[in-house]
Design a protein around this ligand. Structure first.
Ligand code: PEP
Length: 241
């Protein structure tokens, strides 16, 4: 699976170009997901692929100016939603607890959450990154249990690699992906084995193949490179194998 996160970038023309590029390619063997900013979601209505939001409210409706609910995303054609992206954790102070609540709300509305986890550089340097990532996932298990992980995608995104051009090496990515799968395997082996774990952090067409060929890397969550239709298509083709 390859997911594109436009963050707060792009415009309606780019949405049209992206859709034409992806729809004109043979991507039958790869699940493609595009997560544009909310105003451009409807422009992707005829995408041969899935559409996702970049965030959702923990509330269902009401006096929450500026928020977008899970049912609203669903009603405009989203099947996925990013939850707990590091930029939301940092810019909006989203805690592990709030992220877990949002995962639960997404599931309630029939959206597949793409749960983003990953350590900042200081935690990588301290060597405590496995504990950090485990705590982020554990917070979600505490709210929804393990069984609903068969409706979740996990994205490992080391914060030090997001938008920095500093990609985790394929072995660093594999090490963490295997750790996540092994941790979940102790709770439910079938769910752990079937779980899609994406890698995110400065993925480009030039490094996608090597990252995606790691045994526990099931695709990528792409930020900057998802804004260039041809580059994003090439990453999707790399996931095709
Ligand atoms: C992201 O925004 O999730 C991301 C991984 O960004 P980039 O690919 O630009 O590092």
């Amino acid at each position: 699976m390859v997911a594109g996160n436009w963050k707060m970038n792009g415009n309606i023309e780019l949405a049209k170009q992206m859709m034409d590029t992806l729809n004109g390619a043979n991507l039958t063997d790869v699940d493609v997901l595009v997560c544009p900013p909310f105003p451009f979601i409807s422009a992707f209505n005829s995408l041969k692929g899935a559409i996702g939001g970049q965030n959702l409210s923990e509330f269902d409706s009401g006096a929450h100016t500026g928020e977008v609910s899970g049912s609203m995303l669903k009603s405009v054609g989203c099947d996925f939603v990013l939850v707990g992206h590091s930029e939301r954790r940092t810019d909006n102070g989203e805690s592990d607890k709030l992220v877990a609540e949002k995962v639960s709300v997404a599931l309630k509305h029939g959206l597949t959450p793409v749960l983003c986890v990953g350590e900042p550089e200081s935690v990588r340097d301290s060597g405590e990154f496995f504990n950090h990532i485990q705590a982020q996932i554990e917070a979600v298990i505490n709210v929804i249990g393990i069984d609903d992980f068969d409706n979740i995608v996990v994205a490992y995104e080391p914060v030090w690699a997001i938008g920095t051009g500093k990609t985790a090496s394929p072995l660093q990515a594999q090490e963490v992906h295997a750790f996540i799968r092994e941790y979940l395997r102790k709770l439910n082996a079938d769910i752990a084995n079937g779980l899609r774990i994406l890698y995110g952090g400065s993925v480009k067409a030039a490094n996608a193949n090597e990252l995606f060929s790691q045994p526990d890397v099931d695709g990528g969550l792409i930020g900057g490179a998802s804004l260039d239709p041809q580059e994003f298509l090439n990453i999707c083709l790399a996931a095709k194998g």
